[in-house]
Design a protein around this ligand. Structure first.
Ligand code: ADP
Length: 191
């Protein structure tokens, strides 16, 4: 399998985090989630966390400058040189372009953009269930709908962006966790 620099794309609640964790285990490459990194920054009360908290709680996007900074630092670490699964980054065209430039400057590039496709209403249901279990501050119905709107407006255009680079591989995220994982692995093997 050659495709190891991977971007995982999908609407909120599409199952990116769950699938990325499994891919990390199977492919032995780090799972890099900007959402997790931002939540850790909020919990630790760092300057980035202080800036990001209100924006995240409202379901909006943290500034490109901040996320490009944290993703860039993480991608420069040694464990990311053998490959990575990016989850939740890039989320805007500006972030996608910055990622391309960053990887190019490191003499590297993306191998594949795996996109999990889902039905919006079904994922709103999923997220509401997760809200009950995990109690995440941004998992209430109003914020979930705002995150969906933000995804459609800012992140969905990346499907065309990666499609245009022949890197896009779409996989249905509507099955069970095992089924979706198998489909993702199958797609990676054949790409
Ligand atoms: P989900 O996949 O459920 O939308 P994430 O954990 O990926 O959630 O992200 C949670 C929140 O963190 C986002 O709603 C956003 O406010 C912020 N965030 C994460 N990644 C980015 C990014 N690449 N650009 C801007 N904001 C981000």
């Amino acid at each position: 399998m050659s495709a190891t620099n991977i971007v995982l794309l999908g609407a909120p609640g599409a199952g990116k985090g769950t699938q990325a964790a499994r891919l990390m285990e199977t492919l032995a490459i780090p799972h890099i989630s900007t959402g997790d990194m931002l939540r850790a920054a909020v919990a630790a009360g760092t300057p980035v966390g202080l800036k990001a908290k209100a924006v995240m709680d409202a379901g909006q996007l943290v500034s490109d400058e901040i996320v490009i900074g944290i993703a860039g630092e993480r991608l420069a670490e040694s464990d990311a040189q053998k490959g990575f699964i990016l989850d939740g980054f890039p989320r805007t065209l500006a972030q996608a372009k910055a990622l391309n430039e960053l990887l190019e400057s490191m003499g590297s590039g993306l191998d594949c953009c795996l996109a999990l496709t889902v039905d919006t209403e079904a994922v709103v249901e999923r997220l509401l269930k997760r809200a009950e279990i995990e109690g995440r501050a941004d998992d209430n119905e109003e914020t979930i709908r705002e995150r969906m709107r933000v995804y459609e407006a800012q992140t969905a255009p990346l499907l065309d962006y990666y499609g245009g680079q022949s890197l896009l591989r779409e996989v249905s995220g509507m099955g069970g966790v095992d089924e979706v994982f198998k489909a993702l692995l199958g797609t990676l093997e054949s790409s």
